[in-house]
Design a protein around this ligand. Structure first.
Ligand SMILES: Cc1ncc(COP(=O)(O)O)c(C=O)c1O
Length: 422
């Protein structure tokens, strides 16, 4: 790997009025390709824009084949994909579902809105994924399902999750929103659990603006998925027959048309992201106090790199806090963000916990979200973690050199920055 030329430690930091390290923007996402217009035009001309459109079936079949399962059911988004999956695997009101506290709210909204109970297993320091050493201890006689979340496109050790789930007779729903095309030991995200859920929202590696999918190899779960997203209809039933509980959560033909072609380029794009993530990781190795994590992970045979996760050590930056560091980096033209806050601290969890049917149930079980403590998640969220979105990985190496250049510059001026950034 060539070592980037680093000279921007001279000059004052951009946040204090100096010249930013990077003035040219990073590749934008989503990437509107000309074939997409043709695909949308075909849908337009077909008049088959929604339910029953053959292109939706084609997308579902091709996506299932790509993931390596027998079935996939498309739906409106990644949040509702989890609702659909929870219903399809048989999670009911009051059941406990274990997941990670370091994730997007969409992982737990469906658990709460169906009246089930989210419980949290802290993350591991090495990859910010659910710490599987702590998983078994969190299982109670009310636990019905586990939702491992493949954050940043890095897969959780699914062999271990599935073994623990089998031992305790639990269902596994993989949250693959950030991991389309990722693999653990050669098997794809969405093909390990009883079900896998995907998001095709604007920022995601495959995007139709909004959109989602549930994958499964189990025909009964596939029937449940069909009903849950299709107003409770069954495949053999009549249009006005709603024998199961479900809602209208269907994908449109427009979205299917956009997604269909993106399956063909996903592997190539994941490979480009991986090559660039490795390069970014390597050039940051020379900077003490900031590292890209979970880039090259044993067992992950393909990484989707939806995000690049970083660990920051303020002691190597003269006490400059993580929040000050990311503000300074943003001013240098480096698109980084602070990442998730511990999900159990969100207002919506407090609101859910106050609902008339939920509050007594939680009280009887001694569950108080204000007392939940996941120390690693809290440290990562507040002090150590930050991230960048995968669009920065869609260009070349020189675009990534700016990260190292900016971080060195911030380190060089850390004392002054600490004093002067709010
Ligand atoms: C980990 C994770 N789970 C669930 C979701 C929800 O997906 P959507 O935004 O499509 O509802 C997202 C995406 O935003 C996500 O990143």
């Amino acid at each position: 790997m060539p070592t980037p030329v680093l000279h921007a430690t001279q000059g004052s930091p951009a946040i204090l009025g100096g010249e930013p390290v990077r003035k040219t923007p990073y590749p934008e996402w989503p990437d509107p390709k000309p074939w997409m217009l043709d695909a949308l035009k075909e849908v337009w001309a077909s008049r088959e824009w929604g339910v029953g459109a053959p292109i939706i079936d084609t997308f579902e079949e091709k996506w299932a084949e790509y993931v390596g399962v027998r079935y996939s059911g498309s739906c409106v988004n990644g949040t509702e994909a989890i609702t659909v999956a929870l219903r399809a695997v048989g999670v009911k009101q009051g059941d406990e579902v274990l997941t990670s506290p370091y994730t997007f709210i969409g992982t737990i909204t469906p658990i709460m809105s169906m009246g089930a109970v989210p419980k949290f297993v802290d993350i591991s320091e090495s990859d910010y994924l659910m710490d599987l050493d702590k998983l078994e201890a969190a299982i109670t006689e009310r636990t019905r399902a586990i939702i491992p979340v493949h954050i940043a496109g890095c897969m959780v050790d699914m062999e271990r999750v599935c073994a623990i789930a089998e031992k305790h007779n639990l269902k596994v729903i993989e949250d693959c929103a950030q991991a389309p095309g990722a693999e653990w030991k050669g098997r794809k995200a969405g093909a390990w659990g009883h079900a896998g859920t995907f998001s095709f929202q604007t920022s995601k590696n495959m995007s139709s603006g909004e959109g989602g999918s549930v994958t499964t190899d189990d025909p009964e779960i596939a029937d449940g998925v069909f009903a849950a997203k299709n107003c409770g209809r069954t495949r053999e039933g009549v249009w006005y027959g709603h024998s199961r509980f479900g809602s209208n959560l269907r994908l449109s033909a427009w979205q299917a048309a956009l997604l269909l072609g993106q399956i063909d380029t996903l592997d190539e794009e994941n490979s480009l992201r991986h090559k660039n993530a490795l390069y970014l990781e390597s050039i940051l190795r020379g900077i003490e106090g900031v590292e890209a994590i979970a880039v090259d992970v044993e067992g992950v045979t393909r990484h989707a790199h939806h995000l690049v996760l970083f660990r920051y050590d303020s002691s190597k930056f003269e006490g400059l806090t993580r929040d000050q560091f990311t503000k300074a980096a943003q001013a240098e033209g480096i698109p980084v963000g602070n990442g998730y806050v511990p999900i159990y601290t969100q207002g919506c969890v407090r609101e859910y916990a106050s609902w008339p049917f939920i509050a007594p149930l939680l009280k009887a079980r001694g569950i108080d979200y204000s007392k939940v403590s996941c120390p690693v998640t809290e440290r990562v969220s507040r002090h150590e973690g930050f991230w960048t979105h995968m669009n920065v990985l869609m260009g070349g190496a020189s675009e990534l050199d700016s990260f190292a250049e900016a971080f060195r510059k911030i380190q060089h001026h850390a004392g002054a920055l600490k004093r002067r950034i709010e």
